[in-house]
Design a binder for this molecule. Structure first.
Ligand code: 5AD
Ligand code: SF4
Length: 465
C-alpha cells in the first residue's frame, strides 16, 4: 500500500485542492498518513502570496531530502502557486523533487499523473523492500540513482515532529467533517501587490450543477460545515446558466440537511446588496459571518493598490450588512507598509478599525512580489516603520476583540464542535468562526450545540450547555 502525506501551505483554496487530491488517492487505494516520516509520496501544496511563505517552503523541501536518502523510492511533488512560476527553479534546486504542477495546470492532468505514479510507486516500493541493497531507481524519472547505504538506516529519525494533516472527508470520528469546495479559481482583479493573478491565472468558475452535487455528496458523508472558496467568490458566474454567486449560495442553502455554509473571499467591489439579502433570508444555513478584505482605509493607498473602491464605499457596504444582519461577525485583511504609505494613510486604516470594529483582522506587512505592479513602486518606508504600524494595529485590534467578545457573555450561541481538546473540554466555533471552549465529557464532535457564553478573552469564548 502507498502511504501519502500532503503538506498544505497557504490559503483555503489550497486546502480544498489538497482535500480533493487526498480523496482521489484514497479512492485508488492509497492511505493518508499523518507524518512525512512514514510517507511514500509527499505532495507539497504551495503558497506564493508573501515572501516568507516561500522561504518556509524551501527549507521544508530541503529537509525532505533526508527522507529520500532513507527511502529512495519516495516521490516528492510540488504543486500550487509557487510551482506555477518557479517550476525550473524547483527542479534545479532540489534533486529529490520528482514532479512540479502549477496551480494553473489542469487538476485533471495532475490526477491522471498521480494515478500512474501510484502504480509505479507500488512496484518500486516492493522492489526496494525486497532488495534494499540494490542500485535503486534505474529508469526512474529524476530519482536518486545511487547505491543507498540502507543497512545503517534502519530507523527513520523523526524529522518532522509536528505532524500536520488535512481532512480528506474520510470518517475521522475525532474531528469535524469539513467540506471545502473551490467554486472558482484565478483572479482578474490585478491588485497591484498581489501575485495570485500570475500564479492562478484568469478567473474560471466551475459548473453550479457540479458544485451542488459535491455539496450533497459531502453532506451525505457527514459534513457539517461547507466552505465555498475562490480568490474572488462573488465574481462567480456559472458557465452553464450564467447564475451569479447569490443564486449559487441560495441553492446551496436550499439543500436539505443539518449543516452550515461559509464562503471566502469576496471582493468589496463586486459586493451587491442581493448577496446580503440571500444571507439574511437563509440565516439557518448561511453563517452570520463575512470575511471582507479591506486592505487599507486610505483612499490614496486603495487607489495605488488598484482595489477599485473607496473607504466610503467599503463603509457603505458594511452598512448594508449591518442593516440586514445586525449581529454578523466581520473579519478583514489589512496590509500595512504598502509603498508610499504615509503615517496619515496608516492612521486612516487604523481609524477604520474604530469605525467598523471588526471581530478579527488578519494583518500583514507588505511583501514585495515579482511580476506585480507594486514591485516597481518606490518603497520608502523602513522595515522598522512597517513593524511598528503592524504592532500598533494589532494592539488596537486586541482591545476591540476583547470588547466585542466580552459583549457575548450571557448570550446563547449556536456552535459547531470541531474536536476534543482535553478529557473534559471541547473546541467549538460560532457561525462567525470565533473559538468557544466548551466543558463537556460527552462525545459531541461534529455536532451543533447551543451554549451559554460564560467568559471571554481576546481569542476565545467559554461556553456551557
Ligand atoms: N504582501 C502582503 N500581504 C499580501 N496579501 C496579498 N498579497 C500580499 C503582499 N504582496 C494579503 C492580502 C490578501 C491576503 C490573502 O494576503 O491582505 O487579502
Ligand atoms: Fe489578489 Fe486582489 Fe485577486 Fe485578491 S482580488 S486574489 S488580493 S489580485
Amino acid at each position: 500500500m502507498i502511504n501519502f502525506f500532503i503538506k498544505t501551505f497557504g490559503c483555503q483554496a489550497n486546502v480544498a485542492d489538497s482535500q480533493d487530491l487526498a480523496k482521489l488517492l484514497t479512492e485508488i487505494g492509497a492511505q493518508e498518513v499523518e507524518s512525512e516520516n512514514s510517507a511514500d509520496l509527499i505532495i507539497i501544496n504551495t503558497c506564493a502570496i508573501r515572501e516568507l511563505a516561500e522561504q518556509k517552503l524551501y527549507s521544508y523541501i530541503g529537509r525532505l531530502s533526508k527522507i529520500k536518502k532513507i527511502r529512495p523510492y519516495l516521490k516528492v511533488g510540488v504543486i500550487g502557486c509557487v510551482a506555477s512560476y518557479r517550476k525550473q527553479e524547483l527542479y534545479s534546486r532540489f534533486d529529490h523533487v520528482s514532479f512540479v504542477y502549477g496551480a494553473r495546470d489542469e487538476l485533471q492532468t495532475l490526477k491522471a499523473y498521480l494515478i500512474n505514479l501510484c502504480n509505479e510507486l507500488m512496484t518500486t516500493k516492493q522492489f526496494f523492500e525486497q532488495h534494499p541493497e540494490n542500485v535503486f531507481g534505474q529508469g526512474q524519472d529524476r530519482d536518486v540513482k545511487k547505491i543507498v547505504e540502507t543497512k545503517k538506516l534502519l530507523t527513520i529519525p523523526n524529522l518532522f515532529s509536528k505532524a500536520s494533516k488535512i481532512n480528506s472527508l474520510s470518517y475521522k470520528p475525532q474531528e469535524l467533517v469539513r467540506s471545502m469546495i473551490n467554486i472558482m479559481t484565478g483572479c482578474n482583479k490585478y491588485c497591484s501587490y498581489c501575485i495570485v493573478p500570475f500564479t492562478r491565472g484568469r478567473e474560471t468558475s466551475f459548473a453550479m450543477s457540479k458544485i451542488l452535487d459535491q455539496v450533497k455528496k459531502d453532506i451525505e458523508n457527514g459534513a457539517k460545515e461547507i466552505t465555498l472558496l475562490g480568490q474572488n467568490v462573488n465574481s462567480y458566474i456559472d458557465p452553464e446558466s450564467n447564475s451569479r454567486f447569490p443564486e449559487l449560495l441560495q441553492k446551496v442553502a436550499e439543500i436539505d440537511g443539518d449543516f452550515w455554509v461559509r464562503f471566502m473571499s469576496p471582493h468589496p467591489q463586486d459586493m451587491t446588496r442581493d448577496l446580503f439579502e440571500v444571507m439574511a433570508q437563509h440565516g439557518n444555513k448561511l453563517c452570520n459571518y463575512l470575511h471582507f478584505p479591506m486592505q487599507s482605509g486610505s483612499n490614496r493607498i486603495l487607489q495605488l493598490m488598484n482595489r477599485n473602491y473607496t473607504a466610503e464605499e467599503y463603509l457603505e457596504k458594511i452598512g448594508w450588512l449591518r442593516s440586514l444582519m445586525p449581529h454578523a461577525t466581520i473579519s478583514t485583511d489589512i496590509i500595512v507598509g504598502f509603498p508610499g504609505e504615509t503615517e496619515k494613510d496608516y492612521l486612516a486604516t487604523r481609524e477604520m478599525l474604530d469605525k467598523i470594529k471588526f471581530d478579527f483582522v488578519f494583518s500583514f506587512i507588505y511583501s514585495k512580489r515579482k511580476y506585480t505592479k507594486a514591485f516597481e513602486m518606490d518603497d520608502q518606508n523602513t522595515h522598522e516603520i512597517k513593524v511598528q504600524r503592524l504592532n500598533d494595529l494589532q494592539a488596537r485590534q486586541v482591545e476591540i476583540a476583547l470588547e466585542l467578545n466580552s459583549q457575548k457573555i450571557g448570550k446563547n450561541l449556536k456552535v459547531l464542535v470541531e474536536k476534543r481538546l482535553t478529557d473534559d473540554k471541547l473546541l467549538a466555533r460560532t457561525e462567525g468562526s470565533i473559538r468557544v471552549l466548551v466543558s463537556s465529557t460527552e462525545n459531541k464532535v461534529n455536532s451543533f450545540l447551543n451554549v451559554e457564553i460564560t467568559d471571554a478573552s481576546v481569542t476565545s469564548l467559554v461556553g456551557k450547555f
